[in-house]
Each structure stands twice: as C-alpha cells, then as structure tokens.
Design a protein around this ligand. Structure first.
Ligand code: GLN
Length: 483
C-alpha cells in the first residue's frame, strides 16, 4: 500500500494503532515527488531535510501517546503563508529571498499538532490569477492532463494534493483561488467564512476578501483540517470571536428536508455544456437523497466580477505599497533613493501585479474614487443582501464552481478579461463573506474533473460539510486518482 495515496483520516487510524510511522508516510510522499514533481512542478520550495526532522519529532510524540488529529501528517503550504525561517516568496521576484521572521497563525496551529511540512506550493504571483501561469518561477501542470492548467491561484496546492505529493494542503481564496483549482484538479477546496480562520501571516492581497482554507482529497479531511485552523486570533483584527464547533461531527448527518437553492443567474450562456449537465445531474442526485431544490435569484451576480476587480485591486494597490526594496526582498540599484524604489518595483513585480496596482491606484484616486471604489462598495452591499435574502429561503446554495473544466496552458494568458471571467461563480462568495466548498461531481469526456460549489450561511460550514459529504458518499468520484 502506498501511504501517500491515503487520506488524513485513514492515516490517522494507522498511526494511532502504531501500524505505520510518520517517516514511512514521508518516504512514500518523497518517492512520488521524485517521480512526478519534475513534470507537475507543484512546489516552489521542498523542505526535505526539515520534513524528516519533523517526522522524527512527530514519532516521539506518538511514542509518548501525544496524538492530535494532524500529528505526523505531511502537508503542503501555499507560498503566500509565512513559515518562520523558511523561504516564502509569494511566487514573486520581489520576495525571491524572503525568510519570514515569524510564523503565520495557521501554520503555528499545525506545528502545535506536530504536522510535517513537505514544502511551499506554487501560486500566481501574490495570488493574482486563475492558472498559476503568473508565477515568477514556473507554471504548475494539472495532474489529470499536463497540457492543462491546475487553476489558480492555489494551483500548486491543488496539484500537489491531486498528484498525491502531499496528503492535504492549505491555500488562500480571495476570489476563488481555493475552489477553482480544487475543481480543476478533482479535489475538495473550502473557503471558510471571512473571519473564521486567522489571516495573520498570510501575505495580504485584498484584505477584506482573503481567507485561508484547506485543499484535501475528501470532505472528511476538509472538516478535520478546518477543526485545527479555525478560531479567534487576537493577531488578526478581522478574526471573529465565535465558538468553533466540531466540524467532523457534522459529517454523516443526513440531508433529508434540507432546502438547496439553485440560482437562475448561474446557469448562463457561456457555461460549458458538460459542466452544466453534470451539475444538473448532481442536483438531481441531491434531490434523490432527500434535499429539496428551490429556485432562487441572486440578482446582482452580473456585477460581481466588475465589483471584485475594483475592490480587490484597490486593496492590493495599498497592500503592495510596502514592497520598496528597503527592508527585505529584491532590491535593484538606482542613483538615488527614489530611483532605487522605482527600479525595485519595476523589476520586482510581474505584469499582472503591475496591472492590478495601476487599476487599483486609479480607482482610489481623487476624482475617480466616488465613481469606482465607492460605487463598487455599494454594489458589494447589494451582493451581500442577495445572499442574506436567499438564505431566508434555503439552507445551502448549489452552483458550478467554474464555467469550464481546466483550460489549456497559454489559452488565456493574452486575454486578462477571459482569465478574470473564469471566477464568475466564485467571486460573489468572497464579496459577501460567506463560506463555500468545491467538491468533485464528475468528469468530462476527456477525463477532466468538474466541480460542484456548495455555498452556506455565514459561519455555517457544518451545513456545507453535511451536504458535501452526503453527495460525496452517494457517488464515487472522490476515489478516482489523477495518477
Ligand atoms: N482569480 C482571482 C484573481 O485573479 C482570484 C484570486 C484569488 O482568489 N486569490 O484575483
């Protein structure tokens, strides 16, 4: 049995019974990496020596009877999440040599459980993109089809999970960056409610939208990961002080009588026919196991992408002003201080990041602020209200995760607008702050995974897991492996 193919839950059982050791799991992970990583390129940094040290440490804990759910489990972390003393680049030249002097809260929580870090995964530079093609380092390939993108921006994390190069991973989601790559790679990706998971140590892109979440092989593992990373953190001022439930216990409860909303605005022209048919079949399946489909409307959906690209770029232009070549990261030369700043930013940022800084700076500039930024904030409020009203009628909302399956590498790089449209179904969720998961719901004729998005009420990840698990267990897509 190849241990890298198993889930967290399966490994936990074997570890707890002392039938396997963390080092044995790691051996299988690294033999998979040796075999496939040259082709797939999920990682920016692989921390092999450190991983084996962590495995020994986990082993000692297990010997002493100190088991937590993630003790000895090899995980991959998106490279925009700070790991103390371990290279964290955000896939940008401007941070090509950045060794964080502190640990993010999420990885601190994993460390306390004695997890094993496999490495830091590839992403679009500063998480801006939908394909990982905007990485300064390299493009990650989709393990199901190497000519295709893995999605983005957490493409490295999703590919690493799909290719069994780690057991599970963390990603971040600002407009779809966990869910869309999960859907393209046939794995499970959860964007938690805004404020549920601490953003401390997540390199900021758009602070009012960013959330960290798990990418896993199945729904149970997603709940197990969320159990560990969720919770109030005084180091993040937007973290919400609520009691975190046990998400794993939500799993397995049936969904009889649960109302699932089907928003008419999401089954639009331009939606790939195989995606549309597969998602409709998934809705029928949910109905056959007890859910009640209800037609709903989210009337401001059409404005979500435009609103997002004003809010997100405005926040990015402010957040990215800190990179000036002075205290850390890439520094270019210049005849005086100003020229050094300008050269460092000009040479340190890639094209997409520059495009967004310029868009955002423009939207915030005096004279245009009211017309763009303020207007976008007003529409954001309307989008939030759409969800609020819908959730008065239904318990969860079902949509496709992405309008198409994984597209070809290079297909959209010259047309940013086409690239932006690939997040049309995920973006309004971030604008509203609500949680959503993507789970596999079928395959195209070319064997590319298709994702189903389940959206819940604020802080009601339990219902999402309940629906997701009931569906997952009624089908067997989650058992199919990419390689
Ligand atoms: N693809 C979207 C963008 O380019 C979302 C990215 C994300 O969620 N980080 O902004």
């Amino acid at each position: 049995m190849r241990l890298n193919k198993l889930t967290i839950k399966e490994l936990r059982r074997l570890l707890d019974k002392r039938e396997i050791t963390p080092t044995e799991i790691l051996n299988d992970i690294y033999s998979q990496i040796d075999r496939y990583e040259d082709k797939i390129k999920s990682y920016i940094t692989i921390t092999k020596d450190f991983s084996y040290k962590m495995a020994e440490d986990a082993e000692d804990h297990i010997k002493n009877g100190l088991m937590s759910p993630l003790t000895g489990i090899p995980l991959a972390i998106k490279d925009n999440i700070c790991t103390k003393g371990i290279l964290t680049t955000c896939a940008s030249r401007i941070l090509y040599n950045f060794l964080p002097p502190y640990e993010s809260t999420v990885t601190e929580k994993l460390l306390r459980q004695k997890y094993i870090l496999v490495g830091k995964t590839n992403l679009d530079e500063f998480a801006m993109g939908s394909s990982t093609e905007n990485s300064f380092f390299h493009t990650t390939k989709n393990p199901w089809n190497m000519q295709r993108v893995p999605g983005g921006s957490s493409g490295g994390s999703a590919a690493a999970v799909a290719a069994d190069e780690c057991i599970a991973a963390l990603g971040s989601d600002t407009g779809g960056s966990i869910r869309q790559p999960a859907s393209f790679c046939g794995v499970v990706g959860l964007k938690p409610t805004y404020g549920l998971v601490s953003r401390f140590g997540l390199i900021a892109f758009a602070s009012s939208l960013d959330q960290i979440g798990p990418i896993t092989k199945d729904v149970t593992d997603s709940a197990m990961m969320l159990n560990v990373i969720a919770g109030y953190d005084p180091l993040d001022s937007t973290s919400v002080p609520i009691d975190v439930p046990d998400y794993v216990s939500a799993i397995g409860r049936d969904i009889k009588g649960l109302k699932i909303g089907i928003p008419q605005e999401f089954f639009i022209e331009g939606l790939d026919i195989e995606v549309s048919n597969t998602v409709k079949e998934a809705i029928n399946k949910l109905e056959s196991i007890g859910a009640i489909p209800v037609d709903i409307s989210l009337p401001h959906t059409a404005y979500a992408v435009a609103t997002y690209y004003i809010v997100a770029t405005s926040e990015a232009s402010s957040n990215l002003s800190r990179y000036d070549g002075v205290k850390y990261g890439f520094r270019a030369s210049g005849k005086d201080l100003l020229e050094m700043y300008m050269n460092s930013r000009a040479q340190g940022f890639g094209d997409e990041v520059k495009r967004r800084i310029m868009l955002g700076t423009y939207a915030l500039s005096s004279g245009y602020y009211d017309a763009y930024y303020k207007k976008a904030q007003q529409i954001r409020t309307l989008i939030m209200q759409d969800f609020k009203m819908a959730f008065e009628k239904v318990d969860a909302i079902i949509t496709p995760t992405s309008p198409t399956p994984a597209f070809e590498i290079g297909e959209k790089t010259t047309d940013p607008l086409q690239m932006y449209l690939s997040d049309i179904f995920t973006i309004s969720v971030n604008l509203a702050g609500v949680p959503a998961i993507s789970i596999p719901c079928g395959f195209t004729q070319d064997n590319l995974p298709i994702g189903l998005q389940i959206i819940g009420r604020n802080f009601d990840e339990e219902t999402i897991f309940r629906v997701a698990y009931a569906y997952e267990q009624s089908m067997d897509f989650y058992k199919r492996r990419a390689i």
